[in-house]
Design a protein around this ligand. Structure first.
Ligand code: PEP
Ligand code: MN
Length: 264
């Protein structure tokens, strides 16, 4: 079902007037984690003012260590839904377990499957039973074939609204957090009809590389971007402040992107 051989036309996912996978670019911006109502409200205001269409923010955070901040949970979902509604933005948030799929789908417009859960088959199967769009992140050591098979689980369950997200893979390089695989963008679009979104934030782990890799992703044909932005990155509650854009950088990036591709 994920293969272009059996589905020649691009899949276009329509969510409240925003079309993902068509000729226009979608940009999802926001913090790594939803922290407080004030934080997410202010960031939502800035995301909207910059012209992006979707507010990102994690309420359930998959942290490498068990003692790190694990997210604000259902309270975070509520905070983000309110900010999204107030500022007229779609919302995307990560879901980590099958049990939380329904509550996350109640509050968010798009559900994100993180890189660490790309092969959480119970989660994928559960996501196949609903119609809420899913942004499936590539596992950091997954081949294209494994990635498309993970998407296949969701599609096979009956949910056709899947987008693929390249977020960088693990290589020998240490300077960058991950190696953003730009070739994955056109390769996945050749193999599959599903929209492809690029995540230059996790794909590089370095703020100064986000702008060039965003532009490179669009040049490579990405249907959209998911970018971390924070009003106070140095004090963000996850370690991802180092890769988060400042609001003025995000706004400038949006101006530049509009020259490369029309926005939704
Ligand atoms: C995130 O988007 O904040 C995140 C945890 O992403 P990934 O699963 O790609 O590491
Ligand atoms: Mn993050």
């Amino acid at each position: 079902l994920a293969s272009r051989d059996f589905h020649p036309d691009n899949t276009v996912i329509k969510i409240k007037g925003v079309e993902i996978g068509g000729d226009e670019l979608v940009v999802m911006g926001g913090p790594c984690a939803v922290e407080t109502p004030e934080q997410i409200d202010e960031i939502a205001r800035l995301v909207k003012a910059s012209g992006a269409q979707v507010l990102r923010g994690g309420a359930f955070k998959p942290r490498t260590g068990p003692y790190s901040f694990q997210g604000t949970g259902v309270e975070g979902l509520v905070m983000m839904a309110e900010a999204g509604k107030k500022h007229g933005l779609l919302t995307i948030t990560e879901v980590m377990t099958p049990e939380y799929v329904d509550v996350c789908a109640e509050y968010a417009d798009i559900l994100q499957v993180g890189t660490r859960n790309m092969q959480n088959f119970d989660l994928l199967r559960k996501l196949g039973t609903i119609q809420t769009p899913v942004l499936l992140k590539r596992g950091f050591s997954a081949t294209y074939d494994e990635f498309l098979n993970a998407a296949e689980y969701i599609l096979a369950g009956g949910n056709p609204n899947v987008m693929l997200c390249e977020r960088g893979i693990r290589t020998f390089e240490q300077y960058t957090r991950n190696t953003l695989d730009l070739a994955a963008i056109p390769a996945l679009q050749t193999l599959s009809h599903l929209p492809v979104i690029s995540d230059p934030s996790h794909g590089t782990g370095r703020r100064e590389l986000v702008e060039p890799m965003s532009k490179a992703s669009v040049a490579a044909g990405a249907n959209g971007l998911i970018v971390e932005m924070h009003t106070d990155p140095d004090n963000s509650m996850t370690g991802d402040g180092v890769q988060s854009l400042f609001p003025d950088q995000f706004a400038r990036l949006m101006v530049d992107l509009e020259k490369l591709a029309p926005l939704c």
